[in-house]
Design a protein. Structure first.
Ligand SMILES: [Zn+2]
Length: 136
């Protein structure tokens, strides 16, 4: 291996403030990060999936739902977050032509799914629009 970049990274294991699920749409990346910081969530496991929680409530394959739950459970096991934050966003490529209400409804369904799967976890739902982040 050839070293290409130097940065000292923390070696200590961490406890996450939250586990976060969002779409990988970069247009909302800064809004999500600033929103989390504003809410005091500094350390988090970020699961980015095209379409966000659509992989849970309307997956292309059933195995997609299992994979997402597995990722959340891995976060719980390794980093013990007490909260799971779910983000949908407007004009998501996984929802061509869908109204905001349909995307928001999927986030709410996913929240119910995770609450049922992991009752000890506090699940919070949000929606990113082009002017900021909304609670659901
Ligand atoms: Zn998206």
């Amino acid at each position: 291996m050839q070293k290409l970049f130097h940065l000292d990274c923390p070696r200590e294991a961490y406890q996450a403030d939250a586990c976060v699920i969002s779409c990988f749409d970069f247009r909302f990346d800064l809004a999500v990060r600033k929103f989390l910081k504003r809410r005091g969530i500094a350390i988090y496991d970020h699961v980015k999936i095209p379409g966000s929680v659509k992989a849970v409530v309307a997956p292309d394959r059933d195995s997609d739902r299992d994979l997402v739950l597995s990722m959340v459970r891995t976060s719980l096991r390794l980093h013990r977050p007490g909260r799971l934050l779910l983000f949908g966003h407007n004009e998501c490529g996984a929802y061509p032509g869908a109204p905001v209400e349909a995307i928001a409804a999927d986030v709410a369904k996913a929240a119910a799914y995770f609450t049922n799967a992991e009752p000890m976890l506090t699940v919070e739902s949000f929606f990113c629009d082009f002017d900021g982040v909304y609670s659901l």
